[in-house]
Design a protein around this ligand. Structure first.
Ligand code: GLY
Length: 433
């Protein structure tokens, strides 16, 4: 089997790693692979965004399955193009990807299908948006409707902060066209859970729940990033909560998308807030989360490949059982100094060889070069994922692994999973994994 991964970040490294475990004899290819992916696959020097060139390359190279990591190519219609050429591909069509690429569309869909979410209004005119903020007061959330690399949602604790967010998005075009239409919605009190559903257009199966940490600083302070770490499973996502996610959110969303002529085949990521009134949707994404994938996939015992192939071939996922390992996974992200603002690239990375073990996996994101001459090439550089019997052990191993990696300006959060730490027991003294 010949498998192409589109994308080259930490999520795509995790997808490649898991699919290689599922199919050790398959041939793997990836677009412009990072320094950790390159030794595991053959590189394809075509950007992830060039759907025409990729479709042409996949045809010529007889690719049996293409897996798309990032939202950009999905929103640009890579799946539609591959399907026109009968090339099997995992991911939603451009129309179905609107669930992420247009927050306004997602909110409308939820409203029509009575899917629980914060009360909202959509604006394409700055003065009207400002007027509404004055009427509603704070706290309040301002969101760019289009794709904004995970940074387009601003939680505003004051009216001034909300007005500034509106000005920045609509006036200063901080997110370009993506911020010319905005959503203003009620602030929701609660804790977020990331739920991944592998969907075949009608039915779905759930992967283990996870939680990420979007802020740059410990205690969830500082600027929003693409994600500084994650853990799975999440103890507050009990089987009842996951049942609620399945019946009140995922199932009606798939039904509403299908009724809209946009059946969703791919990975539907529901960012859910666990509030006093039950689960509410914060956002939908049309692809695997990053860095959540780096903790969800290491917990998956059964084949991910079987699921992706079934969806790509237009088959149902209902007969495929997802088996997971017991235990927990924690990922700590190492970032370049200055991230999410500007940062330097090309810094040599020191990786201790003893980091390679069955319970610790290093997922590369912004790295380039070879193992003996690895350098930084992005804001998020690496994720150290540890798997252990308990949350506390996994968190400790992940943090200890991160502390052994060095590059100039490197920083990481030592508190990944801090909410979980407060509610799950520490392992009995002397217990080993
Ligand atoms: N971890 C957030 C995201 O993938 O959008």
């Amino acid at each position: 089997m010949r498998i192409l991964i589109v994308g080259n970040g930490g999520r795509e490294h995790a997808l490649l790693w898991k699919l290689k475990l599922d199919a050790p004899h398959a041939e793997f290819f990836a677009t412009q692979p990072n320094g950790g992916m390159a030794p595991l696959c053959q590189g394809v020097e075509i950007p992830a965004t060039d759907k025409e060139a990729l479709a042409d390359w996949a045809t010529k190279n007889k690719i049996d399955l293409t897996v798309v990591g990032p939202e950009g190519p999905l929103a640009e219609g890579i799946v539609d193009r591959f399907q026109e050429l009968d090339l099997p591909i995992f991911g939603p069509t451009q129309a179905a990807a609107s669930i992420e690429s247009s927050k306004a569309y997602a909110k409308d869909l939820m409203q029509k299908a009575s899917i629980p979410t914060a009360r909202h209004r959509t604006f394409s005119e700055q003065t009207a948006a400002e007027k509404w903020v004055h009427e509603l007061g704070a706290p309040i959330v301002v969101k760019a409707s289009g794709l904004a690399a995970g940074k387009g949602a601003v939680v505003c604790m004051t009216v001034e902060a909300a007005l500034e967010a509106i000005r920045s998005m609509m006036g200063d075009m901080a997110f370009g066209e993506a911020g010319q239409e905005i959503i203003i919605e009620d602030f929701m009190e609660g804790e977020e859970i990331s739920v991944f559903a592998v969907c075949d257009g009608k039915d779905f199966v759930l992967l283990p729940p996870s939680q990420d940490h979007k802020r740059a600083g410990e205690g969830d302070t500082g600027l929003n990033t693409g994600g500084m770490g994650a853990y799975a499973p999440v103890s507050i996502a009990t089987s009842e909560v996951m049942e609620e996610a399945a019946t009140k959110v995922i199932a009606p969303t798939l039904e509403a998308l299908a009724a809209d002529g946009a059946p969703f085949r791919g990975l539907l990521y529901a960012g859910l807030m666990k509030t006093e009134d039950g689960l509410k949707v914060v956002e939908f994404n049309c692809r695997f989360g990053d860095p959540e994938t780096q903790v969800v996939l290491p917990l998956m015992k059964s084949s991910l490949l079987d699921l992706l192939v079934a969806v790509a071939q237009g088959r149902s996922v209902t007969n495929i059982v997802v088996e997971t390992h017991s235990g927990c996974a924690v990922a700590t992200v190492l970032a370049s100094g200055g991230y999410p603002g500007s940062y330097a690239k090309g810094k040599p990375i020191y990786l201790p060889t003893e980091l390679d073990s069955d319970d610790l996996v290093l997922f590369h994101a912004g790295t380039a070069g070879t193992a003996d001459a690895l350098v930084t090439s992005g804001g998020r550089v690496l994720a150290v994922t540890a798997v252990a019997k308990t949350f506390a052990e996994a968190a400790e191993a992940s943090r200890a692994g991160a502390s052994q990696i060095g590059f100039e300006g490197a920083f990481y959060r030592a508190d990944i999973g801090w909410r979980e730490r407060g509610r799950v027991d520490l392992p009995p003294e002397g217990e080993t994994v």
